[in-house]
Design a protein around this ligand. Structure first.
Ligand SMILES: *[C@@H]1O[C@H](CO)[C@@H](O)[C@H](O)[C@H]1NC(C)=O
Ligand SMILES: CC(=O)N[C@H]1CO[C@H](CO)[C@@H](O)[C@@H]1O
Length: 221
């Protein structure tokens, strides 16, 4: 019953919440591109605080920790911007307008301090929106924008995220722990790039945090 409701809801919205199958390696057939923090990571954080107050890199574990407070405690990334607070890493040097691109990363959302109402990964660029994809956390589950959940019980565990964006076919595939969880349409646009971290959304908790490691950008040749 619940499943049928979800499926009909999903098909109306032209998305497909895919259910259980064996884990696969979504990076098969893709080529990993060189990626370094100094060349390819750029931070967006509240304009009036130093990055060290909203981001920490734990060298021994290779873990990027990003956190932010809801409005009005934290400010937008630029003075005068009307966007909600964020602490995000933007992948630079790999803007794309065609082809098949992939983001891989291991994400972690701590339950402590109640992170909710937040986007933790995005594909930027679309024709009549700012984004093609948002992965959000609401109350311990992962959502495609407000739709889902696409994965439950996400707090306090590492999960592997693969997002494949086929620009030419205008399609998106999202894998959690190697299992296809979502297929969604593209949303147009000719300048795309990836971001991860925390970006406050509706119903934001006071405090929001996500952690990331083993970030890879890959491309199908
Ligand atoms: C990538 O896209 C961003 C956002 O539109 C833009 O600011 C930046 O200049 C682009 N970078 C390149 C190398 O085109
Ligand atoms: C930033 C923040 O609010 N951190 C708090 C998270 O929760 C712990 C207790 O569980 C506090 O000690 C932190 O100050």
């Amino acid at each position: 019953m619940a499943t049928a409701l979800v499926i009909s809801f999903a098909s109306i919205l032209l998305i497909n919440l895919v259910s259980c199958s064996e884990p696969t390696d979504p990076t098969k057939g893709f080529r990993e591109l060189p990626l370094t923090a100094s060349n390819n990571f750029r931070h967006d954080k509240p304009y009036d605080v130093p990055v060290t107050q909203r981001y920490h890199f734990r060298v021994d574990h290779g873990v990027h920790r990003l956190w932010v407070y809801s409005r009005p405690i934290d400010k937008p990334f630029q003075e005068g911007s009307t966007t909600l607070p964020r602490s995000e890493i933007r992948i630079q040097g790999y803007n794309y307008s065609s082809g098949v691109w992939q983001f891989e990363g291991y994400g972690y959302v701590p339950s402590r301090n109640g992170t909710s109402g937040v986007c933790i990964m995005q594909v930027l660029g679309a024709s009549s929106h700012a984004t093609t994809f948002m992965l959000r956390v609401y109350k311990g589950s992962l959502y495609y924008y407000r739709k889902g959940p696409i994965e439950k019980n996400i707090y306090d565990r590492w999960f592997k995220l693969n997002v494949i964006h086929d620009v030419d076919a205008s399609k998106l595939k999202v894998y959690i722990d190697g299992v296809l969880k979502l297929e969604a349409p593209g949303r147009g646009g000719d300048n795309h790039y990836f971001k991860f971290g925390v970006y406050s959304q509706d119903d934001a908790s006071h405090y929001m945090e996500s952690r990331w490691k083993h970030i890879k950008i890959l491309k199908k040749d």
